[in-house]
Each structure stands twice: as structure tokens, then as C-alpha cells.
Design a protein around this ligand. Structure first.
Ligand SMILES: Cc1cc2nc3c(=O)[nH]c(=O)nc-3n(C[C@H](O)[C@H](O)[C@H](O)COP(=O)(O)OP(=O)(O)OC[C@H]3O[C@@H](n4cnc5c(N)ncnc54)[C@H](O)[C@@H]3O)c2cc1C
Length: 431
């Protein structure tokens, strides 16, 4: 097809979604160039829970074993209302290939994906390369890419400035925009985001914890907030508490590539105090000792959906097309499914000469999925037999279920059909 500064597919963004897209395309024999403006993979745990379907995908490219060696397996999702356990979702016994959620730092996942990419002949990964413009032609897309480098200024404390070393023009049959929240690909396509629900603020705390025997995700709801406890590997866990605040939206932080957090001792003390206070108020049953605090962060998550997932020869996947709250870790996991679907469609077009319109199906399916997940379309709880507790919280339960597509339907159906309106505590067993 193309030579030199030409490739079959240019993937913009080497986050988990971009790297998976590149891998799946390359495995089908497509030539791929993947670029990222950052200088390496992410340094922290960020989106640290993998849904069963994501694990299956990783298995198909031979990565599940390695990832699972570093993971903690969580086989139950339990719903609490204050101190009362209201619902329990067991993932075993319903035919899932991986009947659990696996927690593993996003940094480890990205490292595995990068290592795998580096083993392949038909894909090249370019860090410090930033997309600056896109032009769609009839048979191709031309991307302008700035090659970045650092130049030092200042004397006592060197200050590194990013400078453009040169600009490369790459011609590709397709461009995949997996370039995250501020997606330039989306902006170049003139596709707007729709804010489908108000943004939500969360305070996240990760700390040392001895709850070794713990194998469930716990979602704690009250009148106004949804909170989540995620046990992590290596004697650690993460509490994410929803904040009620009327603060103005702040910019979403960019990915930090350094492997360490700088925590001021005074801030650490404040954070610890706040963590303990959250636990006392919202999860009084959590009486395990809180060990050393690794890090904490306050982040505002938007709930937005791109009006389209692309057009012509440029398509979006992952955070470039959607953002949501961190509770169900949906944005990354559903983004991985988009990587799968988009790469399949592109391969069909490139190898089997399927029409470009095939990608319209991708747009329709993905929009439909997100309308459901973001509760734009009617979903869980509309059925009469759902328990009153489930009905009351349906729009908040759906984004917490670790699945999408067929898996989500399977889990939701079990949840609905097992509900008993008279039961105080709802136990949903999948055996
Ligand atoms: C501080 C922080 C905390 C988070 N916490 C959570 C959490 O608790 N739970 C949760 O579910 N999710 C969390 N997330 C979100 C999660 O990390 C994302 O959902 C996930 O990374 C999405 O993957 P992605 O591949 O779609 O995009 P990203 O991982 O954002 O990757 C996009 C990549 O594109 C690159 N890029 C952007 N613009 C350009 C350009 N013009 N040219 C070249 N490259 C470009 C970026 O450098 C980036 O590496 C957090 C994110 C951050 C930053």
C-alpha cells in the first residue's frame, strides 16, 4: 500500500486504547504507525480495574497471563447503602471466560502493551511526536506531526522546554484518534462533545492495606453520592469518594509519566485525616487499618459523548470520544471494545475491500452503547419486577456494572430477574 512516510493506519495516542488498536491492526497484517506527544507510558495506577471482556481481549493477543500475574481478582460486586449491604453481583457461573474483575495499575497494563508492540515488525511506536493538523483527501488522510525534543534553559535549576525539532507529514489510509480527553483528532474533524450529565467530583486515596482476603468491589451509595472501594494487588487498596461541590469545572489533569508522586508532608497529613473522615461517614463497616498513604487526588470527571465517533477515514476510540465517572472504570474498558470493533472494520475495508460505510455501523453501535451507559436511553430498572432499591438507584447502578455490550445485558438481566421487591437485602447469585 504506502511506503516511507506512509502507512496503512496512523494511530494518534499511545494510551491503552491506542496501543490495543495498533496491536489488533498489526496482528491482522496491517501496517501501523502510532504516535504520542508524551515521552513514555503513564507512571500511575489511574484506571486500574479490567472488566471480564477486557481480559478476554487481552487473552486473544496473548497478554492476559502476564497481566493477571500482577493483578488481584475480584469476583463479586457488592452494593451498600451506608452500612446496609443491598445487592451482590457474583461474576462466576454465567459462562464468562474470566469471571472476575482484575485490578492492576494502568501503568503496568500500558507497559505490557508497549512491550508487545515492540515485538511486532509492522508497527512502529513514536514517543515525543505530536499531531498538529489533519487533512482528509478522497483516498487518504495527511497528518502533520511535530517531532518534539526538550531544551534546557535556566542555570541553577534547569527548566525543560518542549521544542518542535521538525514537522513530518504522514499519509495514511485511516487515522484512529485515541488521543484522550482533549482529542485534537476530534477537534480537527469538527465533532463537538455533548455534555450528557453534570460533571462529578471525586477524591481518590490509595494506601497500604492488609485486607488480603478481600475479593470484592464495594460500591457505597447514599442519597447524593456513589463511592467505590477497589482492593488492589500488593497489599493496597483504593477508595474513591464522590464529593458534593459547586466549584467551577477545572481542566482534567494530563497523564503523569513519572513513576513517583511528590506528596508534601503537610498535605499528606490532611489527606489522611480526610480519608478517615470519609470512611467514618460513608463506610463505617470498613474497620481495617489504613496503612501508609501512597497518593490522593481530587479530580472532576465530565460525562460527555462525542456527537459522532468520526467520519470518512478518521475515527475515534476511548476517552477521545467519551468521558464518564471513574466508578465503573467504563471509559477505558469500553474504549478497549471500541479498539476491537474499529480495528475489525478497518481490516475489513483494507483487506476485503468492504465499503467505507461499514464504519457508520461502528458509529451507530458505539453511540448507542454510550447513550445506555450514560443513562441517556432508558435502561435498568424500567422493568416492573425490579426491586424498589434497584429502581431507585438504576441510573447509578448501571455505570457500576463491570461490562458493556452482551456482557452488560447478561449482567443486567440477571440483576433484574433476580430482584424481589419485598426483600430488604438483595442477593443476586449467578450460579
Ligand atoms: C490523573 C488521572 C486519574 C485518573 N483516574 C481514573 C480512575 O480512577 N478511574 C478511571 O476509570 N479512569 C481514570 N482516569 C482515566 C483513564 O486514565 C482513562 O480513561 C484512560 O487512560 C483512557 O485511555 P485512552 O487510551 O482512551 O486515553 P489516554 O490514556 O488519555 O491516552 C491518550 C494519549 O494520547 C496522547 N495525545 C493526546 N493528544 C495528542 C496529540 N495531539 N498528538 C499525539 N498524542 C496525543 C496523550 O499523550 C495520551 O498518552 C484517570 C486519568 C488521569 C489523567
Amino acid at each position: 500500500m504506502f511506503n516511507n512516510d506512509q502507512t496503512d493506519v496512523l494511530v494518534v495516542g499511545a494510551g491503552p486504547v491506542g496501543m490495543l488498536t495498533a496491536l489488533l491492526l498489526a496482528e491482522s497484517g496491517v501496517r501501523v504507525k502510532i504516535i504520542d506527544q508524551g515521552d513514555q507510558t503513564v507512571g500511575h495506577s489511574y484506571a486500574c480495574a479490567l472488566h471480564p471482556r477486557t481480559l478476554k481481549l487481552l487473552d486473544e493477543i496473548g497478554l492476559a497471563n502476564d497481566v493477571l500475574k500482577l493483578s488481584r481478582y475480584l469476583s463479586t460486586v457488592a452494593f451498600y447503602e451506608g452500612a446496609d449491604r443491598r445487592a451482590e453481583l457474583r461474576l462466576s457461573g454465567i459462562g464468562l471466560d474470566f469471571p472476575f474483575v482484575a485490578t492492576v495499575p494502568q501503568s503496568a497494563l500500558e507497559d505490557f502493551l508497549e512491550q508487545k508492540l515492540k515485538q511486532m515488525d509492522n508497527v512502529t511506536i513514536h514517543w515525543n511526536h505530536r499531531l498538529s493538523a489533519l487533512r482528509q483527501e478522497q483516498d487518504a488522510v495527511v497528518a502533520s506531526i511535530d517531532k518534539l525534543s526538550k531544551s534546557a534553559k535556566g542555570y541553577a535549576v534547569p527548566d525543560l522546554d518542549t521544542v518542535v525539532q521538525k514537522t513530518i507529514h504522514t499519509r495514511a489510509a485511516f487515522v484512529v484518534g485515541a488521543d484522550g480527553q482533549q482529542s485534537l483528532v476530534r477537534q480537527c474533524l469538527g465533532i463537538d462533545y455533548e455534555r450528557v450529565a453534570p460533571p462529578e467530583n471525586f477524591a481518590t486515596f490509595e494506601f497500604e492495606w492488609q485486607g488480603n482476603g478481600e475479593h470484592e468491589v464495594r460500591i457505597v451509595m447514599d442519597e447524593k453520592t456513589t463511592n467505590i472501594l477497589l482492593p488492589l494487588p500488593e497489599n493496597r487498596c483504593r477508595w474513591t469518594f464522590q464529593r458534593i461541590t459547586t466549584d467551577e469545572p477545572s481542566e482534567f489533569p494530563s497523564k503523569d509519566r513519572t513513576p513517583f508522586y511528590v506528596v508534601e508532608p503537610t498535605n499528606d497529613g490532611d489527606s489522611r485525616h480526610e480519608l478517615l473522615s470519609f470512611i467514618r461517614q460513608r463506610a463505617p463497616w470498613f474497620d481495617d487499618t489504613v496503612g501508609e498513604l501512597d497518593w490522593s487526588a481530587d479530580i472532576r470527571f465530565e460525562r460527555r459523548l462525542a456527537k459522532r465517533f468520526g467520519h470518512g477515514r478518521c475515527w475515534l476510540a476511548g476517552d477521545a470520544a467519551h468521558q464518564t465517572s471513574p466508578i465503573g472504570v467504563q471509559s477505558m474498558n469500553v474504549g478497549m471494545r471500541e479498539a476491537e470493533e474499529l480495528s475489525e472494520s478497518i481490516v475489513e475495508i483494507l483487506k476485503k475491500e468492504a465499503p467505507l460505510e461499514l464504519l457508520e455501523d461502528y458509529n451507530r453501535r458505539r453511540r448507542g452503547e454510550w447513550e445506555k451507559l450514560l443513562s441517556v436511553a432508558p435502561s435498568l430498572g424500567s422493568r416492573d419486577e425490579a426491586s424498589s432499591w434497584v429502581k431507585k438507584h438504576s441510573d447509578r447502578i448501571l455505570p457500576c456494572i463491570p461490562g458493556s455490550g452482551d456482557d452488560l445485558a447478561l449482567l443486567v438481566n440477571r440483576l433484574e430477574s433476580s430482584c424481589d421487591a419485598d426483600q430488604e437485602t438483595l442477593v443476586v447469585s449467578f450460579s
